[in-house]
Write a protein that binds this ligand. Structure first.
Ligand code: ADP
Ligand code: MG
Length: 694
């Protein structure tokens, strides 16, 4: 993973001076000799010793101070799913007692935040609270500006004193190493030369931006990022007048603001547009090496939140802030690339290696469907998956018409194998069809092939991409090794490669063919068909998390996460799920009792005595709706209390299976009240106000 590679993936033309202005550029900021040594470190040919670390630290300090920085921090990614930092000033004493600015190699290399409060899923007892951070030399330090403050951030890995990964970054890097080994093996077999294979990621980020004044009046948006109540507005997204519409001036100036800051941090933001739901938008970067892209996505989300304030807006990154309209995803476009510039999932590159890799991906997705579902699981994403316009919880793969045809021919042995290879070589190059229809029809698919990459659409908008990408890398590397072992066995020392490989490719494609689905993933018919095909359909994430601990998952994660590290993730994910649901229940009860019920009762009182039968009926409807909501609140509260003494796993199940339906019932009751109660009395901003006023 060398910088030279990253550099050429995302070239920095001299005509784009803004780009990376806030990123430390070793080539520019280090002396020639120090840079040469640093490059060797990146290539794994030399160690990052103290003299070099001191040189880099000096250059970093000089650069950071010249840009107005006062503090530095190790910037790391604990299992909370967001980044963490603890600032230190560049301040120290000399022997004579004078204050000086100091930053040494050892400050650059490692940190020791008191990390007892980060989730570790049992990996680190509080009495051994020390977590350590270490600079990842492949990730360049950068300057982060917040208000007046400028901080030098050093991207770091976070681990326990025993060396267990406490973060999302270490497993991602390890999974990339595993994909490197498997990928190089594939290339060697096919006679393609390269020295490194790595995963690439281009995350399309969806989000809502609404006026801050509404947000501040809604405790649910402030505390959990989604509206726990809110009746369907008279107009939703049915007119489809927002998608790709003109971006309004205020939103555009907000977008420009965070895009500019993003470019300065080297985040290659490229595409922006209005999304389907009102007040929903998307930003997409150019793809990069996945570990860099994951860092960049985290920073981008933070910039989007931060820059909204100045524009009187709030950026909502929750998967389903508003019921009844589209939720937000983060489509993880994923592929494998080589240091020589090949995209291994581009059928135009080399047909045989493409087919072998395709078989490995499909086998991986079929074999590990539950695990993939688990890797994108969260309380927030459960509201989105299977909702309007989001991929359902059934894992299916969309291949696009042209590729599907070829795969079917291969499976059914209708066409001679050599012909298939020729079809890929010649055919796919000239088939614009699936590039064109792909984006339209694959909208309903969990995982879609889009011409030269897979788009993992089920990832949620607020997710940390590292876990899904690590999982994909892990299962694909595992499947690839397995298929390559079989091919090596069949081929022997001198056998013909394609003659040995194609029957095995066929075998694996056939075995995995149940996940291939071209039709409408939202339809009820598909749910039935998927059940017939024995595809898992796990609606609630807590039921998917245990898949991480299955034997086949442990095998796929070998060398990436050990059993304890995996168990810690399962525990953390379950804990976060439960805590989120519990806060939502608290909110529902509190908002109802302290804001909604008083308003509804006041309305009831204001209406006075009914003058006729029709009025009496209307009043009766209000009264019984109030009574229903009061009862539903009590039922919900009772169910919540019953979870008190349970462990996380049991709590998770109770929340998913018993409490969720009770939340839905209360919401229905309250949303009905919203349509009955005097608008002037309703205490919460409504969907119409929030969604149509920017
Ligand atoms: P669409 O909305 O039609 O899916 P976009 O242009 O919005 O397309 O997003 C496509 C995303 O896929 C971009 O972020 C792009 O950089 C990314 N991408 C393209 N090629 C690759 C690749 N080889 N590996 C990973 N991501 C890729
Ligand atoms: Mg897009």
């Amino acid at each position: 993973m060398s910088h030279a590679r990253l550099e050429s993936l995302v070239p920095t033309p001299a005509s784009f001076p803004l780009f990376r202005a806030s990123v430390f550029q070793p080539k520019r900021h280090l002396s020639g000799q120090a840079y040469a040594h640093y490059e060797k470190v990146l290539r794994g040919e030399a160690k990052l010793d103290t003299p070099l670390a001191d040189l880099i630290a000096d250059a970093l300090k000089e650069w950071a101070l010249s840009q107005g920085a006062t503090h530095y921090t190790h910037w790391f990614q604990p299992l909370t799913g967001i980044s963490a930092e603890k600032h230190d000033a560049f301040l120290s004493w000399t022997a004579e007692g004078d204050a000086i600015e100091r930053f040494r190699g050892k400050d650059l290399l490692c940190g020791e935040p008191d990390a007892s409060s980060f989730p570790s899923g049992g990996l680190r007892a509080t009495h051994q609270a020390r977590g350590y951070t270490a600079w990842d030399p492949a990730s360049a330090p950068f300057l982060w500006t917040e208000g007046e403050g400028v901080t030098l951030c050093i991207p770091a890995l976070f681990f326990s004193w025993k060396g267990e990964a406490l973060d999302h970054k270490i497993p991602l890097l390890r999974s990339d190493e595993k994909i490197n080994q498997a990928g190089l093996r594939l290339l060697k077999l096919c006679g393609i030369s390269a020295t490194r294979v790595f995963s690439t990621l281009g995350p399309e980020q969806e989000y809502f931006a609404i006026d801050r004044k509404w947000y501040e009046k809604r405790a649910d948006l402030v505390l959990v990022g989604r509206t726990v109540y809110g009746a369907k507005p008279a107009k939703g997204q049915e007119l489809e007048d927002h998608y790709f519409g003109t971006v309004k001036a205020r939103i555009l100036s907000y977008m420009r603001d965070f895009e500019k800051a993003a470019l300065q941090l080297g985040i290659p933001v490229k595409t922006r547009h209005n999304e389907v739901a009102p007040s929903q938008y998307e930003v997409a970067p150019l793809f990069e090496h996945s570990s860099l892209s994951v860092d960049h996505n985290l920073l981008l989300m933070e910039l989007m939140r931060q820059k909204a304030v100045k524009h009187g807006l709030v950026c909502l990154l929750h998967e389903k802030p508003f019921a009844g309209i589209n939720g937000s995803g983060k489509h993880n476009n994923w592929s494998l690339a080589t240091d020589t510039g090949l995209n291994l999932l581009d059928p135009k590159e080399e047909s045989l290696s493409f087919l072998i890799l395709l078989a490995a991906v499909l086998r991986a997705v079929h074999e590990h469907a539950e695990l993939l579902r688990a890797s994108i699981g969260s309380a927030g994403n459960d509201y989105r998956l299977g909702g309007s316009e989001a991929p359902p919880t059934i894992l299916s793969v969309y291949l696009g018409e042209a590729l599907e045809q070829i795969v079917q021919r291969l499976i059914q042995k209708k066409t001679p194998d050599q012909e298939i290879l020729r079809m890929i070589d010649l055919g796919l190059k000239h088939v614009p069809a699936y590039a064109a229809d792909g984006s339209d029809r694959n909208r309903t698919s969990f995982f879609a092939f889009t011409g030269n990459k897979f788009e993992f659409r089920a990832v949620g908008a607020s997710a940390h991409s590292a876990l899904p990408v690590t999982t994909l890398n892990a299962i694909v590397a595992d499947s690839l090794h397995l298929i390559l072992d079989e091919i090596a066995g069949a081929k022997g020392d001198r056998g013909d490669l394609s003659r040995a490989a194609l029957p095995l490719v066929r075998k694996h494609l056939r075995a995995a063919s149940a996940v291939i689905f071209e039709g409408d993933g939202y339809s009820a018919a598909w749910e039935k068909e998927a059940a017939r095909r024995k595809l898992p359909n796990i609606r609630k994430s807590v039921h998917a998390f245990p898949a991480f601990l299955e034997k086949k998952s442990l095998r796929a994660f070998e060398g990436i996460l050990n059993r304890e590290e995996i168990a810690s993730r399962v525990e953390t994910l379950t804990e976060q799920y439960v805590k989120t649901m519990n806060i939502e229940v608290n909110l529902m009860i509190e908002l109802f009792r302290t804001q909604i019920l008083p308003a509804a009762l006041e309305d009831q009182k204001n209406r006075g005595k009914p003058l006729n039968e029709v009025q009496r009926k209307a009043l009766q409807q209000l009264a019984s709706s109030i009574a229903n909501a009061i009862t539903s609140t009590a039922v919900l509260e009772k169910a919540q209390k019953q979870t008190q003494d349970l462990g996380w796993e049991a709590k998770g199940k109770v929340f998913a299976d018993l409490i969720c339906p009770k939340m839905e019932t209360l919401r229905r009751d309250v949303d009905l009240l919203e349509t009955l109660v005097d608008h002037r009395l309703w205490p919460l901003p409504k969907y119409t106000e929030m969604l149509f006023s920017t």
